[in-house]
Design a protein around this ligand. Sequence first.
Ligand code: NAD
Length: 259
Amino acid sequence: MDLGIKGKKALICASSKGLGLGCARALAAEGVDLVMNARGVEALEASAAAIRDEFGVNVETVACDVSTADGQAALIAAAEGVDILVNNAGGPPPGMWTDWDRDDFIKALDANMLTPITLIKALVPAMMERGWGRVVNITSQSVKAPIPVLGLSNSARAGLTGYVAGTSRQVAGSGVTINNLLPGIHATDRAAALDAGVSKQQGISVDDAKVNRCKTIPAGRYGTAEEFGSTCAFLCSQHAGFIVGQNVLLDGGGVNSTM
Ligand code: NAD
């Protein structure tokens, strides 16, 4: 299927690795020019070079922390006129509900709620003026079913989800869609770090932690960044213009619910 977005331009935050990179690669495969971002220059430049070589699209890079005001200003300057925005940042650390103080919550809210909101506010008005735009926020399955050790993530992502629910309906009439993609467990560095945490906590090997986690997923495996990226590219396509304010779960059936 031709997604109809060849020649569009996209900003993909936190995209040198993992799910962000999966989205960048899937959009590049459709002929979309990219602005890619991550904190570390080396991995960012390597991923950008690989995409230029493989797909022949233009790729600009902005090495910065997307959760900081300076980082956001640099990204907004580089991304002026983008048609597509994919919001992403690293997730907050795990812990116990009694662990976190105000600063921990502010950090999580900054990275996983206020950063995407800042970028939406900066970049969506020009999309509305042009009558076309796509925003996809990478959130988490924790929006549908809380993950006890990820209370900071549960909280910050619920806040973003509420903002998107209202805002997406205010901009849809101008041809701009905003949706959220909710990853269940995917094989990335983040998943490896979560499995390492379980291994330490339960005194089992990392492999056993992964096998045990797979047993909780009806699909019996972790998702891949390629699958995730393809779904993101579809939500950014011409065909997805009637999908507004949705929370699309990619979790291999892990969240047990009827709807
Ligand atoms: P990852 O840790 O594998 O990749 C993170 C990428 O983001 C890297 O490119 C890193 O450089 C970049 N990055 C992280 N923080 C950044 C920041 N502040 N500024 C700029 N770049 C930054 O993560 P992932 O597995 O790809 O997950 C992406 C998002 O999805 C995270 O918020 C994560 O919590 C969430 N999520 C992931 C899973 C999973 O199983 N992988 C499940 C649920 C939710």
